[in-house]
Design a protein around this ligand. Structure first.
Ligand SMILES: NC(=O)c1ccc[n+]([C@@H]2O[C@H](COP(=O)([O-])OP(=O)(O)OC[C@H]3O[C@@H](n4cnc5c(N)ncnc54)[C@H](O)[C@@H]3O)[C@@H](O)[C@H]2O)c1
Length: 251
């Protein structure tokens, strides 16, 4: 497939997990791809790598400008960099709230702000935000993270409305629990990692974790010029977790 032939894409948080799988898939489908990450040291050709912290506006603007120069333009922005938080509304202090919202929400604002002048020059402009099932389902012990992803969902819709007449599409993906280095870190920190993995798998009707490649496939679908009429949507990639209500096994 070469639907991205001739297009230029930037993926934030593209050095690991979902972002890495997305950068590699877009490149395999013909795009020239730059990764923007806190630590892009593991990123290899054909991907271009730029170091930036999405909480630092100057750093984002400098990296985005350098990436656009390297790529020779920008058609596709994947806002994917994000961090997690655990706990109820009582458990995270104000500093943690500011930190997670700064990365997960304002990070997307900063990269999008810097990218829009370039996207306006594109005939196939698309933005895809990595949201989460935490935006649409109440999950225990995820108050702060869920608030950040709820904001991403609303931001996606507002951005889609603001830029539709400029020919810029904006959508998001809502993954369930994805088997990435992030989840591996969570499992490592659990008192019983095997039991925690089993519980996460059982929470998904499909009975297994989502793969990063499956989320990348959904992101590529939304970013592709083949999806020119798709904007303001949230695509669940969650093994049925949001939409299905199964009876217990055997009943
Ligand atoms: N893994 C899951 O279960 C899951 C589920 C739903 C949504 N998501 C979302 O998917 C996205 C990617 O998650 P992942 O599981 O691939 O995580 P990951 O930890 O494997 O990768 C995240 C990447 O983002 C980068 N990053 C973090 N903070 C940054 C910053 N301030 N500036 C620049 N880069 C930064 C990291 O260096 C890392 O390379 C996140 O937005 C996350 O909320 C993940």
């Amino acid at each position: 497939m070469s639907d991205f032939e001739g297009l230029k894409a930037l993926v934030t948080g593209g050095a690991s997990g979902i972002g890495r799988a997305t950068a590699e898939l877009l490149a395999a489908r013909g795009a020239e791809v730059a990764v923007l990450d806190l630590d892009p040291s593991s990123v290899d050709k054909p991907l271009l790598a730029h170091r930036a912290d999405v909480t630092d506006d100057a750093s984002v603007r400098a990296a985005l400008s350098a990436a656009v120069t390297d790529l020779g333009g920008l058609d596709v922005l994947i806002n994917n960099a994000g961090i997690g938080a655990q706990g109820t509304v009582e458990d995270n202090d104000d500093e943690q709230w500011r930190r997670v919202l700064d990365v997960n929400v304002l990070g997307m604002v900063r990269t999008t702000r810097a990218a829009l002048p370039h996207l306006r020059e594109s005939a196939h402009a698309a933005i895809v935000n990595t949201c989460s099932i935490a935006a649409t389902a109440g999950l225990p012990q995820r108050a702060l993270y869920s608030a950040s992803k709820g904001a991403v969902l609303s931001l996606t819709l507002a951005m889609a409305a603001d830029h539709v007449r400029e020919g810029i599409r904006v959508n998001c993906v809502n993954p369930g629990t994805v088997d990435t280095p992030w989840v591996a870190r969570l499992l490592d920190a659990a008192p019983d990692p095997a039991a925690e993995r089993a519980a996460l798998q059982a929470r998904q009707p499909a009975g297994r974790l989502v793969t990063a490649a499956e989320v990348a496939g959904a992101i590529a679908y939304l970013a592709s010029p083949l999806s020119g009429s798709t904007t303001g949507t949230a695509l669940a990639v969650d093994g049925g977790m949001q939409g299905l209500r199964l009876r217990p096994v055997g009943q």
